[in-house]
Design a protein around this ligand. Structure first.
Ligand code: A2P
Length: 276
């Protein structure tokens, strides 16, 4: 079984270098996919309250046969529950649906600047970590301005920021900011949702040269950037393929050419996106 190199987060905990995304699976699909993934060697699983599949993810963790302490379970706080007390209550609901004593990584899903309460939520996240209910706390879709604000008001930096990152949207500036602050970058939609990127002639040429698949090239690109991709796949063969990206390397020219594309987001802009 592939051994997955880990990152050490700024709170001292370990984060596997790749994980499984679960959006847009329902409970039944997530239960099957997460169980398959854990048995294939995945140790990082990513869900969210808004994915509505925490129950399925929790069932898979319980029935996988993999020791609980080896698995990093991530879930996320939705925008409609921003606020101090609301965050504590929302977390408790997530924990109940997951059927877990503790959650490994808890993220604020979107900053929702229009709601204006992410600092209050962050204070609640700090409390959840102090109480041992969460091992690590982080954010998702935060800009340097949002991160600067929570740092200024609480003195606590997120361990990770999970952002849209793929060859069509390589996020150089935000990644440099994270590196400067000691924040690990996690990549959502790392394969660009399987769309144009995997059919891109440049990516295919690199894949053929290395004797791997286009998806493996793109995931390896993330790994070499120092980011943690969480590709979604419900297919056991693809899950195994996506995990097998630690036995080859992209050269500097291959790294550059893969992201030499017209830039475009596939998801929301954190400054405007209001996901409740
Ligand atoms: P499937 O679940 O049928 O495997 P992202 O993680 O960027 O959102 O991309 C997920 C999409 O990419 C899904 O549609 C998934 O389909 C597809 N996908 C995942 N892994 C691979 C792979 N190794 N090769 C081709 N498509 C993949």
């Amino acid at each position: 079984m592939t051994s997955i190199p880990a990152h050490t987060l700024n709170d001292g905990t370990a984060l596997p270098g790749i994980g499984l995304g679960t959006w847009p699976m329902n409970d039944t699909q997530a239960e099957q996919a997460v169980r398959d993934a854990l048995q294939a060697g995945y140790r990082l699983v990513d869900t969210a309250t808004n994915y509505r599949n925490e129950t399925g993810v929790g069932r898979a963790v319980a029935s996988s046969g993999v020791p609980r302490e080896e698995i990093v379970v991530t879930t996320k706080l939705p925008g409609r529950h921003h606020g101090y007390e609301e965050t504590l209550a929302s977390f408790e609901e997530s924990r109940r649906r997951l059927g877990l004593e503790y959650v490994d990584l808890y993220l604020i899903h979107w900053p929702n600047p229009g709601v204006g309460k992410y600092v209050d939520s962050w204070k609640a996240m700090v409390k959840l970590r102090q109480d041992g209910l969460v091992r690590s706390i982080g954010v998702s879709n935060f800009t340097p301005e949002h991160i600067g604000r929570i740092e200024k008001e609480t003195g606590v930096l997120p361990a990770v920021n999970q952002i849209e990152l793929h060859p069509l949207f390589p996020q150089e500036e935000l990644r440099a900011f994270h590196a400067d602050k000691g924040i690990v970058t996690e990549s959502w939609s790392p394969l660009g949702r399987g769309s144009r990127i995997l059919d891109d002639p440049t990516v295919i040429t690199v894949a053929e040269a290395l004797g791997v698949t286009p998806a493996q090239v793109v995931l390896r690109w993330h790994v070499q950037l120092g980011a943690v991709p969480i590709p979604k796949s419900a297919d056991p063969a693809r899950q195994r393929q996506n995990l097998d990206v630690f036995g080859f390397e992209l050269g500097p020219a291959q790294m550059t050419v893969i992201a030499d594309q017209v830039r475009r987001r596939l998801g929301g802009d954190p400054e405007q996106h209001e996901e409740l």
